[in-house]
Design a protein around this ligand. Structure first.
Ligand code: ACO
Length: 327
């Protein structure tokens, strides 16, 4: 019989350095007003020199362990969702394992761009539900500053660095994670990607000169698909649980853009106070967005035991998904 799976602890980490929109005015031709009115973002955190994705992930992981009352040796599995791994290999989860001392865990990464955390969460849920694992650490962590083109004002104003972590364990009561729906559309891979550094365009002087190691994005197209895919996924996930948006206490969407989030909320018929947003001070952190927002929502008392929570995400690939759970 499948076990019910719940989130037993959360943690997050943001690097110390803050880059405001006013700082960006000195780097590219932009203004605070443009950035804030188009995206809702005022500032973002930027990793320090030498601070890698795994360092941020491990800091978030330690906080999640504390909040769950577990030690690193209790973990059977660590999954990191990221598009900014420390290295091509080993995987970032192995680096986290080493840093926190999770000697009993096996470790791998999931790459689904901004949807990476939710994809990882769903994989982890199956391990716990089947009894294959007892405690699983799921992390979304990104150092997007390393793949941001700081000369491209259309993208560099949107992204930030950080990490969020949750621990999944079996639940004694309640419904726990009830449903995840996910989708992908690989035909649209060109609208959001980092073309260089993989097997298509291995790193070379030319790929560096051509700026192929930076994020490329067709902003308007991404916007349109993000709104449609996220609202459809959220509706489907709620339907399949026999719930409506009225039953949801807290919606935590991928924090890409306030206008995208408001458009989804309006399509779903959600009230403003049902939607949690923290992008004003963190920007878009890709796979780290939802777990950092979740940790902040929990700390702010926005989520109580028994509440229905909805996560909804969208990212490069394209990839998207929605998860409904009872807290
Ligand atoms: N400062 C000032 N002006 C700018 C800036 C800037 N930083 N960036 C672009 N502009 C200019 C453009 O050059 C353009 O000028 P033009 O009309 O003279 O050509 C004008 O502003 C309008 O540009 P648009 O791209 O049409 O602006 P838009 O209203 O679409 O907003 C934005 C751009 C914010 C990128 C929006 O399209 C968006 O949010 N898209 C989704 C992006 C996103 O969320 N991506 C991530 C999702 S997946 C993931 O998380 C990886």
């Amino acid at each position: 019989m499948l076990r019910t799976v719940r989130i037993a602890g959360t943690g997050s980490y943001l690097p110390e350095k803050i880059l405001t929109n006013y700082d960006l005015e000195k780097i590219v031709d932009t203004t605070h007003e443009w950035i804030h009115s188009r995206s809702g973002i005022s500032e973002r955190h930027i990793a320090a020199e030498g601070e890698a994705t795994s360092h941020m992930a491990a800091a978030a992981a330690r906080r999640a362990l504390d909040s769950a009352g577990l030690s690193a040796e209790d973990l059977d599995l660590i999954i990191v969702g990221t598009i900014t791994p420390d290295m091509v290999f080993p995987n970032t989860a192995c680096f986290v394992q080493d840093q926190i001392g999770a000697t009993q865990a096996f470790c791998f990464d999931v790459e689904a761009a901004c949807s990476g955390f939710l994809y990882a969460l769903d994989i982890a849920r199956h391990y716990v539900a089947s009894g294959t694992a007892t405690h699983v650490m799921v992390i979304g962590a990104e150092k997007l500053s390393g793949i941001t083109d700081w000369e491209d004002r259309t993208t560099c104003v949107l992204f930030g660095d950080g990490a969020g972590a949750v621990i999944l364990s079996a639940a004694e009561h309640g419904r726990g994670i009830m449903k995840t729906v996910m989708g992908s559309d690989g035909r649209l891979n060109e609208l959001l990607n980092v073309p260089g550094g993989g097997s298509r365009h291995p790193a070379s002087h030319k790929t560096v000169d051509d700026r192929l190691h930076y994020m490329k994005m067709a902003g308007r197209e991404v916007f349109k698909h993000a709104v449609r895919c996220m609202s459809d996924a959220a509706t489907q996930a709620l339907d399949e649980c026999g719930l409506t948006v009225k039953d949801v206490s807290c919606i935590i969407p991928h924090q890409a853009n306030a206008r995208i989030i408001n458009a989804i909320a309006s399509r779903l018929g959600a009230r403003e106070d049902q939607v949690f947003m923290n992008l004003d001070h963190v920007g878009n952190m890709s796979a780290a967005s939802v777990p950092v927002a979740l940790d902040e929502a929990v700390a702010a008392g926005r989520i109580k035991s028994g509440d229905i929570v909805l996560f909804v995400v969208f990212g490069g690939g394209f990839t998207w998904g929605a998860t409904v759970l009872e807290w």
